[in-house]
Write a protein that binds this ligand. Structure first.
Ligand SMILES: Cc1cc2nc3c(=O)[nH]c(=O)nc-3n(C[C@H](O)[C@H](O)[C@H](O)COP(=O)(O)OP(=O)(O)OC[C@H]3O[C@@H](n4cnc5c(N)ncnc54)[C@H](O)[C@@H]3O)c2cc1C
Length: 470
């Protein structure tokens, strides 16, 4: 339970709230303690500080965001942009209090342009809604965080979110052409162009992508679209060890096959999902690969045959290929329910997000198991193995001091392991405040200093999402 000093809570004057109400309309402001409490965490529900946001505002357009920033900058009040709050890294926690800008009312899709293969959207658009709208035009927006039913375009841009399909199609960063950004002092800039190509000046678009709301606030995005595949199918290939599954992935890639998805789930994850959402997963196997292929129907069938053959050659003991659309949806629902299923095991589930070169996945998985044993943690290993991106899910009770201390030690060892294997701290969830202290493990001093200088240029008064990332 947070215990913010009540006096401090009242410190902001009534004028402050009235002023914000004047900008966004008083119905678009939450300032009572019970209301703002809900915005003190992201989905990991770890406070990181004893602060609440003083106020949550729901702007409807760029001008309102700009006015909020002008005021906050003048008063030196922290501003934290927030989409659905589903990052796991404390990325939108108000660690110094301040104003949460919530984007649920800036959720318009302004344009889907079939000729230019682009769309123009506001940051509060939910990723699944964008995918549906784009699909209705025969096009495809590939980034698909597993929780795309709730997560937003703004959050996806700020973290360069990926998802299962990143193996073939990349992450958000590969689909952002131009951004409208409100700077810390309220000025509004555009970072790119409405064109497919652009090397005009520094690439500010890519600087903002992945910057976790610490350099500017995205209020509009022009995104690249691609034609949608005619057909997709999915299979589950089970193995008796993670090593065998990893070898099969290498064989698939070395044979020039490019599935749209190659995800890995370990035995504990399989068991936990099956317990929660029974679909007939083989819970006695050590690992499963979820492999999706797309293209025209003949090509998908051809790819699948080759993949099945390779998986068998590399020791797959059972293969379950979707027989129809219902079966395909069932497999995907099981995969996407993994986090929800794990969340039933303990009061807290912390999802980590390390990434290593693909060739080091088996060593990483083995290391995660050793670390979990050493610190007595319940751990489920899953991830986007095609990208070398593993998400160990740690189920624990953070109210228990010994579990919390053990987890902190395990986390530090995990990060060191990933970096020693040639990898890094985050593939898609970002650094937030959860990993900020660990950045020196992955980045040298000179690089870190350069990043700090960049932050100072963009946000001299340190109001934008403070204490995140750096
Ligand atoms: C069950 C589950 C599955 C997940 N699966 C995946 C996955 O497969 N792949 C993946 O990449 N991630 C995944 N995630 C992590 C996360 O959901 C995504 O990264 C998602 O894109 C975050 O979107 P959001 O709207 O919740 O952003 P939030 O959590 O609200 O915000 C994320 C960051 O973006 C900043 N931000 C938000 N809006 C703006 C804006 N307009 N301008 C500037 N900064 C902004 C915030 O301050 C914060 O730093 C998963 C999370 C859960 C809970």
């Amino acid at each position: 339970m947070l215990t913010q000093n009540k006096q401090e809570y009242k410190e902001y004057s009534k004028n402050f709230l009235d002023y914000l109400g004047g900008i966004v309309g008083k119905d678009n402001v939450i300032s009572d303690l019970e209301g703002v409490y809900a915005y003190s965490f992201d989905c990991a529900h770890i406070p990181f500080s004893k602060k609440y946001p003083r106020v949550v505002v729901f702007p409807e357009n760029t001008m309102q965001v700009s006015e909020i920033l002008k005021y906050a900058n003048k008063k030196r009040v922290p501003v934290i942009p927030r989409g659905a709050g589903t990052n796991h890294a404390g990325g939108c926690n108000p660690v110094r209090g301040g104003i949460i800008i919530h984007f649920s009312r800036m959720n318009k899709i302004f344009e889907i342009n079939n000729q230019n293969l682009t769309c123009k959207v506001q940051p509060g658009v939910v990723v699944a809604d964008l995918q549906k709208a784009v699909q209705a035009s025969g096009l495809f927006f590939p980034p698909d965080p597993s929780n795309l039913a709730v997560s937003t375009v703004g959050g996806g841009i700020a973290l360069s979110s990926g998802g299962p399909r990143a193996f073939k199609y990349g992450t958000f960063k590969d689909y952002v052409l131009d951004l409208e950004v409100v700077m810390a002092d309220g000025t509004v800039i555009r970072t790119g162009a409405q064109t497919a190509k652009n090397v005009t000046g520094y690439n500010l678009t890519q600087l903002i992508v992945g910057s976790e709301g610490t350099l500017g606030i995205v209020t509009e995005a022009t995104l690249k679209l691609i034609p949608s595949a005619e057909y997709t199918n999915v299979m589950l290939a089970y193995f008796d060890s993670i090593e065998k599954a990893v070898d099969a992935v290498s064989a698939i890639i070395n044979n020039h096959l490019v599935p749209s998805v190659i995800d890995l789930l370990d035995k504990k994850t399989l068991q936990t999902i099956e317990d929660f959402y029974p679909t007939g997963l083989q819970t006695d196997k050590e690992a499963v690969l979820l492999i999706e292929t797309d293209g025209d129907k003949t090509s998908v069938e051809h790819q699948q045959q080759k993949i099945i053959q390779l998986c068998k050659e590399y020791g797959s003991s059972f293969i379950d290929c979707a027989k129809d659309e219902q079966h395909r949806v069932k497999i995907w629902t099981a995969r996407r329910s993994a986090f929800g299923a794990c969340a039933r095991l303990a009061p807290n589930v912390i999802t980590e997000d390390v990434v290593v070169p693909r060739s080091k996945i088996a060593e990483l998985s083995d290391g995660i198991i050793q670390i979990s044993r050493k610190y007595n943690l319940i751990t489920m290993v899953m991830g986007h193995i095609g990208d070398g991106n593993i998400h160990p899910n740690f189920a624990l009770d953070l109210r228990d001091n010994s579990q919390r201390e053990n987890f902190e030690k395990a986390k530090a060892e995990l990060f060191r392991l990933a970096v020693n294997l040639g990898g890094t701290l985050s593939g898609e969830h970002g650094i937030g405040c959860q990993k900020a202290n660990y950045l020196p493990i992955a980045l040298d001093k000179t690089t870190l200093n350069l990043m700090i200088q960049i932050k100072k240029v963009f946000d001299p008064n340190y109001i934008l999402n403070p204490e995140k990332m750096l």
